[in-house]
Ligand binder design. Structure first.
Ligand SMILES: Cc1ncc(COP(=O)(O)O)c(C=O)c1O
Length: 386
């Protein structure tokens, strides 16, 4: 079977997934072992010690290679462990240009950890890609993007940014967590490195913390393998199994997530208690055209600001919802709601947050795959209490 020729939905289920060699198990078994017996000290085996390689993790990594159209993948203990490994490709003195509206945990890792090791970061608005070139100098080594961004759903043009990074011989890394490989595959658009918080759409059931890096260049892969093996932040066998099990329904989940989200975005847009809705599916969204070209659909996260946009009303709304659980994650089958100013983006100073539009009243929805009518009743009840 030539896997490369399979369409996406078939790759999700079969990509890299031949039956297990030991007994023909169709689902990759959980190899819950730290080490593997050798017949002789001089024999090198595919699996020797599970920090270096483990068959369950390897099955997940092969699946990730297939669905992101890469050549090598590494599964990590978390999304931030994956980001950490990518940043360790750099040396003291290097500079990074990062998108300004990014996940709070990435911002914290960049500014509170890597800046201590003399790596500098420029946070730049990138929907106008010419802003990137203004910050490139001899020390620049990496451009870091998220698209859609968390939580304001800005879309940036991966192909255009890749042409800039190629021209200047820089690495382009894309945090593809919000889109998932179902909606876009950054390596095929010219990125060098794709990163995921597997904890979100890929695993899809809010029961795993795991992360991934996928590349299509052996030299970068070898460096990342070395970093992963040396620093040890691997995805364990049980988590890898759960991630792989979740991954196999990514396409059907994402399709329903996106359908429900479109209905909710339009409901919120018309609601008289809502001031502003951020969703790239609106024709009025400033990056709608790029989203339409770059993504299969518009994703399943929406942010909105209730009328008046104050902190207390936003807190009242998120506390009143029933079906939407107030929780810090996204991408699971169940709908979740978050208040970025006090939760996911609480680590970004208020003036920095507000500069990019993450105002006190902003509320973020991760729309699940329940019946959308029930979700709308829940939202309507909560909005009508303020
Ligand atoms: C866009 C994005 N990137 C990275 C991460 C970090 O992933 P993890 O929580 O698996 O470490 C998150 C987590 O919320 C995220 O939303």
């Amino acid at each position: 079977m030539n896997e490369k020729k399979l369409k996406f939905n078939s790759k999700v289920i079969h990509g890299g997934q031949a039956p297990d060699k030991a007994y023909g198990a169709v689902s990759a078994p959980i190899y819950q072992t730290s080490t593997f017996a050798k017949p002789s000290p001089t024999v090198n085996q595919e699996f020797e010690y599970s920090r270096g390689e483990n068959p369950t993790r390897a099955a997940l990594e092969r699946a990730l290679v297939s669905i992101e159209d890469g050549t090598h993948a590494m599964a990590f203990a978390s999304g931030v462990a994956a980001i950490d490994a990518i940043l360790r490709l750099l040396n003291a003195g290097d500079e990074v240009i990062a998108i300004n509206d990014l996940y709070g945990g990435s911002y914290r890792l960049f500014t509170k950890v890597f800046e201590r090791y003399n790596i500098s970061f420029h946070f730049v608005k990138m929907d106008d890609v010419s802003n990137i070139e203004k910050h490139i100098n001899d020390k620049t080594k990496l451009v870091w993007i998220e698209t859609p961004t968390n939580p304001l759903l800005t879309i940036v043009d991966i192909t255009k940014i890749a042409s800039i990074t190629k021209k200047h011989n820089l690495l382009l890394a894309v945090d593809n967590t919000f889109a998932s490989p179902y909606l876009q595959q950054p390596l095929t658009l010219g990125a060098d490195i794709v990163m995921h918080s597997i904890s979100k759409y890929i695993s899809g059931h809010s029961d795993v913390i795991s992360g991934a890096v996928i590349v299509n260049d052996k030299e970068i892969a070898d460096k990342l393998y070395f970093i992963q093996k040396s620093t040890g932040a691997i995805s364990g066998p049980m988590d890898s199994f759960l991630a792989l099990r979740g991954l196999k329904t990514l396409h059907v989940r994402m399709q329903r997530h996106c359908e429900n989200t479109a209905v909710i975005a339009r409901f919120l847009e018309k609601h008289d208690k809502v001031e502003k809705v951020f969703w790239p599916g609106f024709e009025s969204h400033p990056n709608h055209k790029v989203a339409k070209e770059q993504m299969k659909d518009f994703g399943a996260v929406i942010s909105f600001v209730p009328k008046g946009g104050n902190f207390d009303d936003a807190v009242k709304i998120v506390e009143t919802l029933n079906l939407f659980a107030l929780a810090d994650s996204l991408g699971g089958v169940e709908s979740l709601i978050g208040h970025p100013a006090s939760m996911s983006h609480g680590s970004i100073p208020r003036e920095e947050r507000e500069k990019v539009g993450i105002v006190d009243g902003l509320i973020r929805l991760s729309v699940g795959i329940e019946d959308v009518e029930d979700l709308i009743v829940d939202l309507d009840n909560a909005l009508n209490i303020v």
